[in-house]
Each structure stands twice: as C-alpha cells, then as structure tokens.
Design a protein around this ligand. Structure first.
Ligand code: AMP
Ligand code: GLY
Length: 404
C-alpha cells in the first residue's frame, strides 16, 4: 500500500483481514508502516492510495517491472490531474455534467463568466489537494479568483489554466467504482462534507467527515450511474487506448434536473474510504487483485451496518495548518470495538504522536443505524484533544433522503 493518510490506514486495515500488508511511507499512527520506497518492496499486489504518485507515473513504473498494480497509469490519472481534460472526456462520453469552459486568458474567462448566471465555480486545472475550487454567487469574486489563479499567485502552476463552471445545487454523493480496464463494479455510496464549517460554511477542504450508506442512494440510482456515467467513461478511455485499472471516484451532485458528475478522482476518497471499507463483507484484497489483473467479477457485498467518520483538523486548516501539538486521547477513543481512529497528518515526537498536517485523524463509528454510528463516532471524538483541534459537529446529522 502506497501512501501516508487515513485512507491508506483504512485500506491497510481492511486488506489486512486476509493479506499481509505493508504501507509505504505510512505514518507513525499506522502500525504497518515501512520506509522502503515501493520500487524496493516485493509484493503480490501494489495498491497506490494518493493521486500525486499516480499522476507522477508510479503505477507505470511498477507495471514496467512486471508488478501487479491497482491504480491507473499517467494516462488515466490525467482525469484528476487536469480538470479541463476530464471535462472533455465527460462530454465525449455523453455523461451529464455542469456547463464549462477552460481558459488561460483572463479576458476570455471574463467573457464566459458573463454568460453564466446564479452560481459561479472557478477551479484550478491542476492538482490543488481539494482546495482549488471556489463556488460563489459573486461574479466579481469569481473574476478576482480567476486573476489570482492565472497569475500563479494562488496555486502555482496548477492554476495557470482555470476551469469555470455553471454552479449547480443539490446534495452531493460519492460513488467509488472499482475498474479493471473494461468493466467496473460499485462500492457502497458515501456522502462527504467538503466545507470546513458546520452547515456547509467556510472554505472547501479535502473533506471533514463522511457517512455510508446514504439513504437517497438507492440501488437503482447506483445502477443508473454505472450505466450512464462510469461505463461510458471507461469506454471513452478505452477508445483513447487507456487501460484504466483502479478506482474511478465519481463525485456527483443530485440536482433537481437529475444527477450530474462534478468530478472524477482516480483513487479512493478520503474520508469516504474510512466509512465505505469498514462495511465491506467480501474480500478487498481479492477484489483489488482481480481489478489489477483485468478479471473483475460480481460487485462486492456490504453489511447493513452504518458508518460515520468525523475528521479532526488543526487550527488554521485549510489555509495554514498549525502543527507540532501533542495529540491526547486517540488511544482511549478507539477502545470500543465500534470505534476506529484512522491516522493522517501525524508525526512522532519522543513518546508522543503530534499533529503534522491539516487533517489529523478520522474517527469512525459503526452502528446498526446512522444515528448510532454517529453517536459512537462523536463519543470517540470527545476523548481526543490538542490545542486548536477543530471538527464539525453536524456530520451525518441530517442524512440525505432519510425519512425522518
Ligand atoms: P471538485 O474538486 O471539482 O469536486 O469540487 C469540489 C467541491 O466544489 C465539490 O464537492 C462541490 O461541493 C463544489 N463544486 C464543484 N463543482 C461545482 C459545481 N459545478 N456547482 C456547485 N458546486 C460545485
Ligand atoms: N473527500 C474528497 C476526496 O477524496 O477527494
């Protein structure tokens, strides 16, 4: 397993039910961590967690050495590495998505903003750790963001090309599809909370919490999504000669006009993984190995339990996270069989784990219902502290589509 965050911690734990797992580089909160680079590790299967090494070609390099790899090559990873290219593929595949334009020129971008109404969305073309997206009703603010992105001031080279979209409204949904190049199977849907503050206020983040299952995401909705978005996208990739073996993470908005794909990511979501995988019944190692080998079978089964995860972040996240504070209570929080603490931005200092990034821990509770899972996750969070620790209090408080 390649990576160092809570997503990789969860993947390692669930893969570890049936396989011997090492995580590189991991982090001091992940017991299976090793320091050897992936190229120097002998393994039957390599699973690459984050987008950056995928965009950088790690899967290609490992495949070139004859390894079995779960994760797309640079060609497929471009779906996440360039939002402009992703939109081109979506349009070619006939997948419903927001109206857009891609620009390197400010005057042309401004002219496009004039043709939109209501909500304006400005995105960096390149990778920006989930933070390069501005959604605003204020045209002037959108225009100022375009200028800051294009100049390189806001996000360096990632922003020198911008994607501008018509803003959409509705609940969001994350559906992760496991792909083997020609076919795909869905994992249980999850909902992620992207904004920093309660009530979806504040800036976009990498994700402040998640839950699964999502009442609105019926089997029918997921089947339709596979037919209308994931499989046509895979076919469009194939027609470009791209053999996509890995996760296609479909970020959706359920608009009044029907589901729209907001984005694809080329990896498992963080923190969605921390609620989806703990519910998995079938063997994850078998599933990912079959995808990597091009021999996927039936969709995997998930249990009826619910899972809720709450992210504990540092003061200043996402703009400028404070780090180096000793984390108290993380072990006490996970002393119940229903609660697991997944470690992300942590480091070791003497005997202590200390904060080392914006998103530090994801505390997952499981239960028979979302309400029970939520109570357990928050009971875990209450035991954890460090100076300036921040978390949302409304994760899964009003699950989309729930009858009450
Ligand atoms: P992305 O990285 O493209 O998924 O964007 C991050 C977040 O920005 C999404 O999860 C949405 O909350 C929001 N967003 C992106 N595109 C749009 C859009 N066209 N309309 C409204 N919100 C959007
Ligand atoms: N939670 C959003 C993401 O992984 O991109």
């Amino acid at each position: 397993m390649v990576g160092s965050g809570g997503r990789e911690h969860a993947l390692a734990q669930v893969l570890g039910r049936s396989a011997e797992v090492v995580v590189t580089p991991g982090n001091p909160g992940i017991p299976e961590s090793v320091s050897e680079p992936p190229e120097e590790i002998e393994a039957d299967l390599f699973v690459i967690g984050p987008e950056a090494p995928l965009v950088d070609g790690l899967a290609d390099r490992l495949r070139h050495r004859g390894r079995l790899v779960f994760g797309p090559g640079t060609d497929g990873a471009r779906l996440e590495g360039s939002k402009a290219w992703m939109k081109e593929v979506l349009v070619e595949a006939g997948v419903p998505t927001a109206r857009y334009g891609a620009f390197t020129d400010r005057a042309a971008a401004r002219a496009f903003l004039d043709r939109l109404d209501g909500l304006f969305v400005v995105k960096t073309d390149g990778l920006a750790a989930g933070k390069g997206v501005l959604v605003t009703g204020d045209r002037e603010e959108a225009d100022a963001a375009v200028a800051a992105y294009l100049s390189g001031d806001a996000f360096g080279d990632a922003g020198r090309r911008v994607v501008i979209e018509q803003g959409l409204t509705g609940p969001e949904l994350s559906v992760l599809a496991v792909c083997d190049g020609t076919t795909a199977v869905p994992l249980a849907p999850a909902q992620d909370f992207k904004r920093l503050g309660d009530g979806d206020s504040g800036p976009n983040t990498g994700g402040m919490g998640a839950y699964s299952p999502v009442p609105v995401a019926t089997e029918r909705l997921v089947d339709d999504l596979m037919e209308e978005a994931v499989l046509p996208t895979l076919a469009a990739l194939q027609s470009r000669g791209i053999d996509y073996r890995g996760v296609l993470y479909c970020g959706l908005m359920l608009t009044p006009g029907g589901p729209r794909v907001l984005e694809y990511n080329v990896r498992f979501g963080d923190p969605e993984t921390q609620v989806v995988l703990p519910r998995m019944v079938d063997d994850l190692a078998d599933l990912l190995a079959a995808a990597a080998a091009g021999t996927l079978g039936d969709p995997p089964a998930f249990d009826d339990d619910a899972a809720v995860t709450v992210v504990c972040a540092t003061e200043g996240y996402p703009a400028s996270p404070c780090t180096g504070d000793a984390i108290d209570g993380a072990e006490a929080a996970s002393d119940s069989e229903h609660v697991t603490v997944f470690y992300s931005g942590v480091d070791r200092s003497g005997d202590h784990l200390v904060t080392a990034g914006g998103r530090v821990l994801a505390v997952t509770g499981k239960g028979a219902t979302l309400a029970e899972a939520r109570d357990r996750a928050y009971a875990g969070v209450e035991k954890i502290s460090w100076p300036g620790m921040h978390h949302r209090v409304d994760i899964a408080a009003h699950p989309t589509g729930a009858s009450d």
